[in-house]
Design a protein around this ligand. Structure first.
Ligand SMILES: Nc1ncnc2c1ncn2[C@@H]1O[C@H](COP(=O)(O)OP(=O)(O)OP(=O)(O)O)[C@@H](O)[C@H]1O
Length: 226
């Protein structure tokens, strides 16, 4: 058993023209909160997407809860990602035609949970993030902040080991952003998950236990913040 939620070893990623990551090695411990910072274009989002198993690095290795993603058969890899990695993106990325309740229940339904149990768990998380009253509404009927709260609930409903958040407060004003951060921290702590968040905002980074600063696709430095 490992107490590492995430481990990346010499990870490299290149798009057609741009090399985005040039050998990134890092680890995130169970329950730890890590901020990934750095100037625009330095590779923050690419790093997060490789860590979450959304992008496959061309070099190096990524392990979630001690299991190397590249060594797993496709179905197991999908399952590990779905159950152990929650993802919150800047604009929530909820399914527009589904109610908040069904959006949050979806990861459980995809894992084969029965519909009633999935909906009960979804409602429980919608309550914790403060939007249970909007459970029947679809995302287009609600504000960015409400949708973002539901996205946090969806990320945590499977009980993941780690939540990946890409500019989670980016579409919110500063007060709503602060509330979102408090919620994200409390929810991940509540669910026993680690949190890796990408941000260009120093005030948001200050919520983390550790800051990892990137520059030109490499780690420039790491700073313990607490
Ligand atoms: N889909 C893509 N296709 C081609 N190149 C890309 C793509 N996404 C990112 N890049 C390039 O990869 C490099 C790293 O981009 P990335 O989005 O990871 O940086 P970032 O630090 O998250 O930037 P920002 O803070 O502006 O969101 C940049 O040079 C960028 O232009």
């Amino acid at each position: 058993m490992t107490d590492l939620a995430l481990e990346m070893r010499r990870v490299e990623y290149a798009y057609r023209r741009d090399v985005a990551l040039r050998g990134i090695s890092l680890a995130v411990r169970a329950g730890e909160v890590v901020a990934v910072t750095g100037p625009s274009g330095c590779g923050k989002s690419t790093l997060l997407h490789c860590a979450a198993g959304i992008l496959r690095p061309q070099g190096g290795a990524v392990s979630l809860v001690g299991r190397d993603l590249a060594e797993l058969p496709e179905a197991e890899r999908t399952r590990l990602r779905r159950t152990q990695a929650g993802v919150v993106l800047q604009f929530g990325q909820l399914v527009p035609d589904l109610s908040l309740m069904d959006n949050v229940a979806l990861p459980l339904l995809l894992e084969g949970h029965d519909r009633d149990a999935a909906r009960r768990a979804a409602l429980g998380w919608l309550e914790r993030v403060g939007v249970a009253g909007d459970a029947a509404a679809v995302p287009g009927e609600l504000s960015g902040g409400q949708n973002q709260r539901a996205a946090v609930a969806r990320a945590l409903v499977t009980g993941p080991a780690i939540v990946f958040a890409d500019e989670p407060t980016g579409s919110l004003d500063s007060h709503a952003g602060e509330q979102m951060m408090e919620l994200l921290l409390a929810s991940t702590r509540d669910g026993g998950a680690a949190l890796m968040m990408v941000t260009h905002d120093n005030l948001i980074a200050a919520y983390a236990d550790r800051e990892i600063r990137l520059r030109d696709g490499v780690i420039q430095h790491e700073v313990a913040l607490s």
